[in-house]
Design a protein around this ligand. Structure first.
Ligand code: FEO
Length: 404
């Protein structure tokens, strides 16, 4: 048995045998400030079963944790709930090492895994199919687009435990394995950040999946995602499920996000004055994000439950600043919905940036309230008052939208 990495026992039959990635900070452009975990689970039934694997460089850590419970070569079954390589990077190596009698995945998973790794001996399972592992019974539910077309979840009936792959996860490296052991503010922020950066654009699919799972009526006592902590208390399971329902609905709240960058502080001054107008107009929360400091993944997190997005850029080379182009491209892909939009910025001689921003906001489906606010060089008193009025107009439109 390994004396290095140890498994964590979750139930009488289930062990966590994943890996902790303390160092990762960039997950396809998402800043993972607290690192992450790649969770894998071992069901120690008559047929020893491994649910998911880990990113390829963490193979040894996973195998050591497995070896702290059982001889890895006794693994009979491997389940791949999701083909993305943070969960399958070491799947071929694991199959070679343990020679399981069966590797189960969804039909789409079979295609995706072969496309990643070449021919593998895989068994595609059907929706709802049940498998007796000898003392433990599992069944599968397809959860397409949560996160990829191949995604499925595995339910362990005896423990009322749902292995939910990416869904309900978060990027949070810790020695604690349970959500109730983490500081709640940090844990809730990371859960929201994960949804905003990974799943927001898939909200219609998340909504469908929640409805489908609800219809199946499977009680969930333990919710075990592939990233971050495991949920084991009814309160936190209710919290994450209701949060997903709310985030998937993308219902606006009385919150505005003002995101901007500035060259010589004029656009920053406009941002502050627009904020004054927003507050005066009754917006409950105004979140300022200067792109000189804020990361795109935090901007989209703040936007998750907001009702208005106000974006500012000075004009540079007839265009918007690269930092603002970055966030607008990122947001376009993540498809935030139900927003009121506003664009502003200072300029020297041509002044295209606010018009470009307005067009981008409209392409994202954000509702236009007022023409872009454009100010030549440094805002004078009249222009400062106009910035305040701009904020007031957006606040009034948001109030009206929330009232209907
Ligand atoms: Fe954690 Fe979609 O992979």
């Amino acid at each position: 048995m390994s004396e290095t990495f140890k498994a964590t026992q979750i139930t009488d039959t289930v062990w966590w045998v994943g890996a902790i990635d303390w160092d990762v900070r960039n997950f396809h452009g998402y800043r993972t400030g607290r690192g992450t975990t790649y969770n894998a689970f071992l069901i120690v039934a008559e047929k020893v079963t491994l649910v998911d694997t880990v990113k390829h460089e963490f193979y040894d850590e996973m195998m050591a944790r497995i070896a702290s419970v059982v001889d890895p070569t006794t693994i009979d079954v491997i389940i791949s709930n999701h083909a993305e390589m943070d969960h399958t990077g070491c799947l071929p190596k694991t199959i070679n090492a343990v020679n399981p009698s069966a590797v189960y995945c969804s039909k789409m998973g079979q295609r995706a895994l072969v496309a990643h790794f070449g021919e593998l001996d895989l068994i595609a399972v059907d929706e709802g199919q049940q498998i007796d592992l000898g003392g433990a019974t599992i069944s599968f539910v397809e959860t397409k687009m949560c996160h990829w077309p191949d995604s499925m979840v595995t339910y362990l009936h005896e423990d009322e435990l749902l292995f939910s792959q990416d869904a309900f996860g978060m990027h949070f490296a810790s020695h604690q394995r349970y959500a109730d052991e983490l500081e709640s503010g940090a844990m809730q922020y990371e859960a929201a950040k994960y949804y905003a950066n990974i799943l927001l654009h898939l909200s219609p699919f998340i909504d469908k999946t929640l409805t489908k799972m609800d219809g199946l009526g499977l009680p969930v006592k333990i919710l075990a995602p592939d990233h971050g902590p495991i949920y084991r208390t009814p309160e936190l399971i209710d919290w994450i499920l209701s949060s997903y329902a709310r985030w998937a609905a993308q219902a606006p709240t009385n919150k505005a996000v003002v995101v901007y960058d500035s060259m010589w502080h004029s656009t920053a001054t406009l941002a502050k004055l627009i904020g004054e107008g927003l507050v005066e107009g009754g917006v409950d929360e105004v979140c300022f994000l200067s792109l000189a400091e804020a990361h795109r993944s935090d901007v989209v997190t703040e936007l998750l439950e907001a009702g208005a997005l106000v974006v500012g850029s000075p004009t540079m080379n007839n265009n918007i600043l690269p930092s603002v182009a970055d966030i607008m491209t990122y947001l376009k892909g993540l498809k935030p919905r139900n927003l009121i939009g506003g664009a502003f910025g200072s300029f020297g001689w041509s002044g295209e940036a606010p018009k470009h921003l307005q067009a981008m906001l409209e392409e994202m489906g954000a509702e236009k309230v007022t023409d872009p606010l454009r100010v030549n060089y440094v805002p004078d008193e009249t222009e400062q008052a106009a910035a305040r009025e701009f904020g007031l107009a957006i606040a009034a439109a948001l109030k009206e939208k929330l009232a209907t």
